[in-house]
Design a protein around this ligand. Structure first.
Ligand code: XIL
Length: 302
C-alpha cells in the first residue's frame, strides 16, 4: 500500500488519527487526513464538556462535524469518550454521589443514542486507574459515586448502542510489569467473567524518552487479547526525531501486527504542529505536511 490506511488494510487493520474540527478547513491538514487515515477520533469534540456544556442541554455541533466529514469520506469513527474524570463540564465537576451517578448515566445514554449505529467503538470509560504502584482506581468524583460506576457506564452504553464495540482506554498501561497495567487487566478479566459488556481495550501509548516503548509491549497486547477482547492503540505519539523515533514507531507497529486481535492503530494528530505536545515533534508528518522518517518506518512495517 502507498498510504497508511491501504497498508494497514492488507492485514485487515485500520490506521487512524485524531481530528480537530477547527482544523478541517486547513486544506493541507484535511488532504493528508483524508488520504492516509480511515479511522477518525474527535480530539476533543465528543468529550463530556463539549457535548453537555449545561446539564441535559446537549451540543453535538462539532462532534457531528467530525463524524460527518469522516462518514462522507468513507471512514469509521471511534467515539471518545463517554465517561472520564477530566474534561467534565463545570456543573459535573461540582457533583458527587447519586446525583452524579444519574447524570453520568444520562450523559452516556444521550450521547451514545445520538451517535447510535455510526460509531465503530466507544471509549466508554477513559483513564479510571491510578498511576503509581497501587494498581487501584484513580480517585475522582466518579469513583466516589460508587466503585461499580465503570460497569454501569458499560451496561448503559451497550443498551443505548448495541452495535458499537465498547472499550476501556488508558495511558501507562503499555508496560506489562506496571501495577496500573495489572489493575486494568484484572478489571477486564473480571468483566469478562461476570458478563459485563466489554469488547476492547485501548492503549493510548503516549511515549517519550522518560516513558519509552516498553520491551514487553507485545506481551501486554497479547495478554489483554487473551482475555477475549480486541486491543487498539488509540492515541499513539512518540516524542523524538529521526531514526530513533522511526525505530520506536516500528516497534509499536510490529507489536500490533504480531497479535491477531490488535485491530488498529490511531496516532494522536496529523502534523507535529497539530499535536497536543506543543513543543515536541511526536507525529508522522512535520509542520509542513511532509512525511517524516517515522512515517516511512510505519508504512514499511505495515
Ligand atoms: C487531549 C487533547 O489532545 C488536547 O487538545 C486537550 O487539550 C486535552 O486532551 N488522553 C486522552 C485524550 O484520552 O483525550 C487527551 O487529549 C490526551 C490524553
Amino acid at each position: 500500500g502507498s498510504t497508511l490506511q491501504e497498508a494497514a488494510a492488507q492485514s485487515g487493520r485500520y490506521f487512524g488519527t485524531a481530528i480537530a474540527a477547527n482544523r478541517l478547513s486547513d486544506s493541507t491538514y484535511a488532504t493528508i487526513a483524508n488520504r492516509e487515515f480511515n479511522m477518525i477520533t474527535a480530539e476533543n469534540e465528543m468529550k463530556m464538556d463539549a457535548t453537555e456544556p449545561n446539564q441535559n442541554q446537549f451540543n453535538f455541533t462539532n462532534g457531528d462535524r467530525i463524524l460527518n466529514w469522516a462518514l462522507q469520506n468513507g471512514k469509521q469513527v471511534r467515539g471518545h469518550a463517554l465517561a472520564w474524570y477530566s474534561q467534565q463540564p463545570g456543573w459535573m465537576q461540582r457533583m458527587e454521589g447519586s446525583t452524579l451517578r444519574s447524570a453520568m448515566i444520562n450523559h452516556v445514554t444521550q450521547v451514545a443514542t445520538h451517535y447510535k449505529g455510526k460509531i465503530y467503538a466507544w471509549d466508554v470509560v477513559n483513564e479510571a486507574f491510578a498511576d503509581g504502584s497501587s494498581g487501584g482506581r484513580r480517585d475522582s468524583n466518579l469513583e466516589r459515586s460508587g466503585s461499580d460506576w465503570i460497569e454501569v457506564a458499560f451496561r448503559t452504553a451497550r443498551a443505548a448502542d448495541p452495535a458499537a464495540k465498547l472499550c476501556y482506554n488508558d495511558y501507562n498501561i503499555d508496560d506489562w510489569s506496571h501495577a496500573k497495567t495489572q489493575g486494568v487487566y484484572r478489571m477486564v478479566r473480571d468483566f469478562k467473567q461476570r458478563g459485563v459488556p466489554i469488547d476492547c481495550v485501548g492503549l493510548q501509548s503516549h511515549f517519550n524518552p522518560q516513558s519509552p516503548v516498553p520491551g514487553n509491549y507485545q506481551t501486554t497486547i497479547e495478554s489483554f487479547a487473551a482475555l477475549g477482547v480486541d486491543v487498539q492503540i488509540t492515541e499513539l505519539d512518540i516524542e523524538g526525531s529521526g531514526s530513533a523515533q522511526a525505530e520506536s514507531y516500528r516497534k509499536v507497529t510490529q507489536a500490533c501486527l504480531n497479535v491477531a486481535r490488535c485491530t488498529g492503530i490511531t496516532v494522536w494528530g496529523v502534523r507535529d504542529t497539530d499535536s497536543w505536545r506543543a513543543s515536541g515533534t511526536p507525529l508522522l508528518f512535520d509542520g509542513n505536511g511532509n512525511k517524516k522518517a517515522a512515517y516511512t518506518s510505519v508504512l514499511n512495517t505495515l
